[in-house]
Write a protein that binds this ligand. Structure first.
Ligand code: ZN
Length: 175
């Protein structure tokens, strides 16, 4: 078990489509543990494997706020969705940015658990929304792609600038 660095936009690894898990071996078990360790070290409610650089269709969520309701979804598929609504989302891989998006607020998900056991869940509200957000990561899609072109340009410029400032600081430390 270990906390892993969360990749941040524009890291190209966030764009790699995730593959389904075929074999539920120890590496999947370890990945799930690492995802929870990493998630619980943040203020986030869900995290997908591509965000820690592992291109497999594994995501974890915990909406309890006190680490008491861990949920694992492997190879999830949304088989029904209803009641679209506008929600404001943020992403651990695009820090400091909030975007209003349209999501279904009720979904039915079919997935595997951490040991490959099949499951089916009816989710609503924030649970439904965060699963859809994490599943976007499996397709290499980021919140920033859902912004208007003008806002995206502005946010990209701000992120670039921040990256430069951090780089300069690191350089000074190194020197
Ligand atoms: Zn995200």
């Amino acid at each position: 078990m270990a906390t892993r660095p969360i990749l941040e936009y524009p890291d190209p690894r966030l764009r790699i489509p995730a593959e389904p898990v075929i074999e539920f071996d120890d590496s999947v078990d370890r990945l799930v543990d690492d995802l929870f360790d990493t998630l619980y070290a943040t203020s986030g409610i869900a995290l997908s494997a591509p965000q820690i650089g592992d291109p497999r269709q594994v995501l974890v969520a915990d909406l309890s706020g006190d680490a008491s309701a861990p949920e694992v979804y492997i190879n999830p598929e949304i088989v029904a969705s209803a009641m679209p609504g506008i929600v404001e989302e943020s992403c651990l891989s695009v820090p400091g940015v909030q975007v209003k998006v349209v999501r279904a607020t009720r979904i039915k998900v079919v997935a595997s658990g951490r040991f490959g056991e099949g499951m089916e869940r009816d989710l609503e509200g924030m649970s439904a929304v965060c699963i859809q957000h994490e599943m976007d990561h499996f397709e290499g899609k980021l919140l920033i792609d859902r912004m208007s072109m003008l806002r995206r340009w502005w946010v990209q410029a701000a992120l670039r600038k921040r990256g430069k400032v951090e780089q300069d600081t690191e350089d000074r430390h190194a020197a």
